[in-house]
Design a binder for this molecule. Sequence first.
Ligand SMILES: [Zn+2]
Ligand SMILES: [Zn+2]
Length: 312
Amino acid sequence: MGLFDLKRRVCYCASGCYVKGILYFWAFLLSAAFSALVLRAPAILWAESAMEDSDFQRIAEPRPGEWLFHFHEPGQSYEDYIRSNPVRISEKRRALVFQPVGPFSHTDRDIISKAAVFAGIWFDLPTRVEQAVKLPQKGWHRVRHFRGHYRPIRQYQTGYFLHELLPPRLPEDAVCYLAITMVDLYPDEQWNFVFGQASLSDRVGVYSMARYFPALQGVALRRSCKVLAHEVGHVFGLAHCTTYQCAMNGSNSLEESDRRPLRLCPICLKKIQWNRGLDSIRRYKKLQAFYDKHYLKGEAAWIGKRLDRIMP
Ligand SMILES: [Zn+2]
Ligand SMILES: [Zn+2]
């Protein structure tokens, strides 16, 4: 299964998720002149990527079971990204809006609220979490038996969220509108499950925390932050990173997802810096304060080391 499926207008760009409605291929062909203009970004945007990158590890040769072993993705350079004409904010549309769907415990809701704050810092955008809405009782689901689970699992089809639930409710101020649910998801009969799916053309997505919870609170928060950073990154047009160990790496399992670091490599950071006009030092400091507050010690320590290296 390749990255582009033009016939079905599906891009299998996923962390157990796949992203629909994006045609990098056509964007690539049409955008050479456009890129000549926008590649001239302000100097501040280049600061991070111009640094040496010894704080970042190159991705290792993929092993059986890992995402890149099974999905031969070509990667996306900074220039590819600019040419793809990714989603950007506008005066009217600049909020990240999260939509809980289905039942949540008090603890789950608390973790999602914290992860939404984190996403706001990561992308430097206002965020909010809407009131939860219910799942449909009929249709849009199947029941599957999985090895290791003694009870069958009810899975909801992502199409319900992407085509039925979210588009009519898309808030006017939302640059992306993302459903979060605790039920397991599948896109179609070819897949056992997915962590999520996004439709870039509609700026909507759905992500399941079902396979991330239950876990210790710190672990659950780290997983939630990772999934929002990764999936909102897709909505902003970032493809999977195939160069460095990075928040934008694809993952084929919970174990692989847990190994993925909660940081952007220099290439992916440069893309987001261009898209959002971010000051990376200010962003690192705010992320560090968030990690300190929520006892994400490894992440806070990495940023401390990074800031020591890059601060003037
Ligand atoms: Zn992905
Ligand atoms: Zn990357």
